[in-house]
Design a protein around this ligand. Structure first.
Ligand SMILES: Nc1ncnc2c1ncn2[C@@H]1O[C@H](COP(=O)(O)OP(=O)(O)OP(=O)(O)O)[C@@H](O)[C@H]1O
Ligand SMILES: [Mg+2]
Length: 310
């Protein structure tokens, strides 16, 4: 910008010197015979000076004023974005504090009651200790999920980034989730393309599938089914997880992938969720440059699609 300013100053000075010279030549040069206010010469001078000033002004506008206006609007945009990021951060800290405080308050409450004598009654003691254990494991899950999110956000990629077979990864994941599904009498059904390779971290991929399948089981009715499919579409491969569970109302779909967003807070809390599962799914999909989509109808079920480029 400094250089542009010097160039503009030099241009202005040179232009005016040229105009002075022209004025001298037209009106004052003693070598020429003329009347001092020769009308045609005045016109020539006026046109040259006017056109020159306009061109000079235009040049200064394009080279200096326009970039300044552009930089100013970019600065305003950046300030707005940083304000938005700051408010998201504040909201996140407030949410985390709240989510940590709830189980901790419950744990310390039950411990206090035990200390005040409830421990004498073996039945109450066992019940309270069970509750403390449940709340502790909820805290542990919350912290684990937060660490996973922060790892992904910091792009601390797990070391095992490589080409891997989606089918194999899904089969393994389904096997590990079989007991959870069986405990709710939910069937896990698969329809998988033979051999579909993608590039990335198989661990992260499995983590994403666990979250989607766990949700599908959690929000299905007892005795329901969950379908896990892969489908090749040209050089893309689509993975879908479908359930016939409670479904999600339209108005929630936009915010579903936000951290801590739960459709029905009381129900989800009872089901032991942290509300971070789908946010982790979104981050992992972004890590794979995959497209994430959800379709749902209340009472009919939900289907999540993750589409990978191969
Ligand atoms: N398959 C589904 N069917 C119906 N609702 C769902 C489904 N998957 C997610 N949801 C809704 O989206 C919300 C957010 O899901 P998410 O996985 O992020 O949290 P969560 O299941 O409560 O907690 P976590 O997965 O950490 O146990 C859930 O509370 C639930 O209301
Ligand atoms: Mg979940």
């Amino acid at each position: 910008m400094k250089n542009k300013f010097i160039i503009a100053a030099v241009e202005t000075v040179v232009f005016h010197l040229l105009c002075l010279y022209l004025g001298y030549k037209l009106f004052l040069d003693p070598g020429e015979a003329r009347t001092f206010f020769d009308e045609s010469r005045i016109w020539i001078f006026a046109i040259v000076y006017g056109a020159g000033t306009m061109l000079l002004g235009l040049h200064i506008y394009v080279n200096m004023v326009k970039p300044i206006i552009k930089a100013q609007s970019e600065l305003e945009k950046a300030a707005e974005e940083s304000k938005k990021a700051e408010s998201i951060r504040k909201e996140f800290v407030a949410n985390v504090s709240h989510e940590l405080k709830t189980p901790l308050t419950s744990i310390s409450g039950f411990i206090e009651t035990l200390q005040q004598g409830a421990a004498e009654d073996p039945e109450i003691r066992t019940r309270f200790i069970d509750i403390i254990a449940i709340e502790t494991s909820r805290l542990k899950r919350l912290i684990q999920d937060l660490l996973v999110l922060s790892d992904i956000e910091n792009r601390k990629e797990s070391a095992d980034v490589r080409a891997f077979d989606i089918k194999e990864a899904i089969v393994k994941t389904v096997q590990t989730l079989e007991p959870i599904a069986a405990s709710k009498d939910v069937k896990l059904l698969t329809d998988l393309e033979t051999q579909a390779t993608i590039f990335g971290s198989p661990d992260r991929f499995r983590q994403m599938m666990v979250n989607l399948i766990e949700n599908a089981v959690k929000y299905s009715d007892t005795g329901g089914s969950v379908w896990i499919r892969t489908k090749k579409e040209g050089n893309r491969i689509q993975v879908s997880v479908r359930d016939e569970g409670i479904g999600i109302a339209e108005e929630h779909l936009d915010r579903l992938f936000e951290r801590f967003y739960r459709v029905d807070k009381s129900r989800a809390a009872k089901a032991g969720g942290t509300g971070l599962g789908l946010s982790i799914v979104k981050h992992i999909a972004a890590l794979f440059n995959a497209e994430l989509k959800v379709e749902s109808k209340v009472g009919e079920g939900t289907i999540f699609y993750v589409t990978f480029e191969r």
